[in-house]
Design a protein around this ligand. Sequence first.
Ligand code: NAD
Length: 256
Amino acid sequence: MLQGKTALVTGSTSGIGLGIAKALAKQGANIVLNGFGDAEGPKAEIAELGVKVAYHGADMSKASEIEAMMKFAADTFGRVDILVNNAGIQHVAKIEDFPIERWDAIIAINLSSAFHATRLALPAMKAANWGRIINVASIHGLVGSAEKSAYVAAKHGVVGLTKVTALENATTGVTCNAICPGWVLTPLVQKQVDAKAVAMGLSNEEAKKQLLQEKEPSMQFTTPEELGELAVFFCSAAGNNVRGVAWNMDGGWTAQ
Ligand code: NAD
């Protein structure tokens, strides 16, 4: 379905980003990976799916590095047809204790990076009259949780940016939508499970159960594979007129 298209997924060396990159690769899209840590393993996993894969290690907190990454993608594959703004970090603390440096980093990586990558991707998408921008927001783009001020502010911002991007391009073949996962068991959430286990004297399994019980009626984690399939839907012809939605996959979190 996506043969000949190129997808750039930020923060795709791990977790949800890698899951989405694999789902798009299975549909035939060439992939540009980004993120920290080991890139060779993820590159090999994508190459096994029979598509071309490249990697750029831009730090998504830096506009100049995002510009270099977008140029690299265009130089390597001609153009970015599908942009998945996924890179993100978390920090948990009460507002009065929140480190200023963590606030700035979360706003830069979780929100401003999506603005930069989007503004740089749009001209070529508009020229081709086809493009998909998929912002990985969160259920925290729709509701709040205590001790996550920067994350919730950034993710609400991402949902707002999604709507404006969709509106500004509404008469074109370029769509923009957000994905809002509840809990997904990635390294980002495992850190929160570990903190809960230590704070409450629980085993890893008990801490996971506790985490789900607080918010997610299904008592199940959403998987990167399920989120990947939603991204594939947004990229399909059936997604042509899906514009500006924030689609939750949250086990009923926000139905309560
Ligand atoms: P993860 O920690 O597994 O992956 C994060 C990715 O972002 C990694 O590839 C990491 O290297 C990359 N990254 C971090 N800082 C970066 C930077 N400065 N520059 C470039 N890359 C950077 O986390 P995840 O759970 O897969 O999270 C992916 C996205 O999904 C995030 O935006 C997160 O907020 C969102 N999300 C996660 C959950 C969840 O429960 N895990 C729920 C809702 C939304």
